[in-house]
Design a binder for this molecule. Structure first.
Ligand SMILES: [Zn+2]
Length: 161
């Protein structure tokens, strides 16, 4: 018989059938400490980064949860986006997921022209040069879970046309 203290450290999941808000934060700052769950029960998880182990834990938590759960992801944009892509496999729809990205930190821009991904530190609303086709891309806060990044479009499409 094994003592409880010898069990491997794993993330404790929500109770089966949990219906409420699952708050997941990445990085050093607990950005969700003051998050308003709207009176719903909440369950908090914290990970250092969106590494494969953290994402596997997150998926298993969601797989045990009921339909109707809300998910809030917060932290550096690259981690939040990696997590958002991973949980897409769990069947959550966009309306059930809230992404709270830090203002600073790398973001992934997905080029609408050549489909290359470019990581940038630039804030939303600025231009970035595509790594794949060198097009000057502009991007908004429209994040696409399908491609796991922000959609970028030619910043000067009108002028070129
Ligand atoms: Zn491109």
């Amino acid at each position: 018989m094994r003592a409880a203290s010898q069990s491997p450290a794993t993330v404790t999941g929500c109770e089966p059938g949990f219906r409420g808000v699952i708050c997941v934060s990445f990085g050093a700052a607990n950005t969700l400490a003051d998050h308003d769950a709207g009176g719903m029960p909440r369950q908090d998880f914290r990970f250092a980064s969106a590494n494969p182990e953290a994402l596997a834990n997150l998926r298993s938590v969601l797989e045990r949860s009921c339909v109707g759960v809300r998910l809030v992801l917060a932290g550096p944009p690259a981690d939040v986006h990696a997590a958002a892509s991973a949980v897409a496999e769990c069947g959550l729809v966009d309306e059930e997921i809230t992404l709270l990205c830090d203002e600073v930190g790398p973001r992934v821009i997905f080029c609408g022209h050549c489909h290359a991904s470019t990581t940038t530190d630039h804030p939303i609303g600025t231009d970035v040069d595509c790594r794949g086709c060198a097009t000057t891309l502009t991007f908004t806060d429209h994040f696409s879970r399908r491609v796991g990044g922000y959609l970028g479009f030619s910043a000067h499409a009108e002028e070129a046309a």
